[in-house]
Design a protein around this ligand. Structure first.
Ligand SMILES: C[S@@+](CC[C@H](N)C(=O)[O-])C[C@H]1O[C@@H](n2cnc3c(N)ncnc32)[C@H](O)[C@@H]1O
Length: 277
């Protein structure tokens, strides 16, 4: 396990994924009944953008830092930025919430969080971050095992984020197998899967397999920063299973803004149903 998210925290892919997470939490909070959030690849939870590792790549400069001072943000990105601003001191941007911490900022008292991280050191950092927090459990096992162990959640409603590092050549296959297994256990859950757009062929194959999986209601949301070139990380993809009603209307303006301001001339955000109802 070589991947450490600190090198990438707050980059354009994080911004897209986390803005969508805000929209998903908002939709879940429309109902009073508590829900569960399962984060299968949690990372350390919260990142110091001044840490040596983060400064080395400076990926946040072309991500969250690019929208820190913007005056024309669409509503969802304003809300997302405000959450992060409230988690920092003054006007400065130093700490960036990973998905577990963002979820913690968004959840209500009775909503529960299950955060799983396999890396033995990172999971301890995550445990320290959530020390003594009510309704939070931290797990240290393989992500795909955690899906089997935790689903369906006792709340019977909620969201699963599967956000692998894509270090392994067969990660797309594992991701799909993991999803199918989880969906069988809990077909009414909301699932969000993140994947890099690096190889168009591989991504098309993944879409084809999803179409053939028998799973319905699959929404695809791609943020492409430039024209895809094989081998280069040019876009950030999300597929959502059972997404909340009309979520695309909330996230499209955010994706369009990110494409326009963070991407090149051919950047775009496309959101469509891969498999409808
Ligand atoms: C892309 S990062 C997660 C970022 C996080 N979801 C966020 O948005 O802030 C992927 C994480 O998965 C962890 N990881 C790698 N393989 C894993 C596995 N098989 N099971 C669980 N976690 C794994 C890595 O250590 C890394 O922290």
């Amino acid at each position: 396990m070589n991947y450490r998210h600190i090198y990438h925290a707050g980059n354009f892919a994080d911004v897209w994924k986390h803005a969508v997470l805000v929209a998903l939490f908002d939709a879940l909070k429309q109902k009073a009944k508590p829900f569960c959030y399962l984060d299968t690849h949690a990372g350390i939870g919260r990142y110091d953008l001044q840490a040596e590792e983060a400064r080395k790549t400076a990926e946040a400069d072309k991500g969250i830092a690019s929208l820190w001072q913007a005056t024309d943000l669409p509503e969802l990105l304003q809300q997302y930025r405000q959450l992060i601003a409230d988690d920092n001191v003054g006007d400065s941007l130093r700490y960036y919430p990973g998905s577990p911490w963002l979820a913690n900022l968004l959840r209500r008292e009775d909503d529960s969080l299950i955060c799983n991280e396999l890396h033995p050191v990172d999971v301890e950092t995550l445990r320290d971050l959530f020390h003594r927090q009510r309704k939070v459990s931290i797990r240290n096992e393989d992500a795909y095992q955690s899906l089997t162990a935790c689903l369906p959640p006792k709340e019977k409603r909620g969201l699963v984020l599967i956000d692998p590092p894509f270090e392994k050549v067969d990660e797309f296959r594992q991701l799909l197998d993991g999803l199918k297994n989880a969906y069988q256990r809990w077909p009414t859950g909301i699932y969000t899967l993140w994947y890099p757009i690096k190889s168009r062929v591989e991504v098309q194959q993944f879409y084809r397999r999803l179409e053939l999986s028998g799973i319905r209601r699959i929404l695809r949301a791609e943020l492409n920063m430039k024209r895809p070139t094989d081998g280069e990380f040019t876009g950030s993809g999300l597929v959502m299973i059972n997404p909340p009603w009309q979520i695309e209307q909330r996230i499209q303006p955010a994706g369009d803004w990110l494409a326009r301001h963070l991407g090149g001339a051919e950047a775009n955000c496309t959101i469509d149903w891969l498999v409808p109802e």
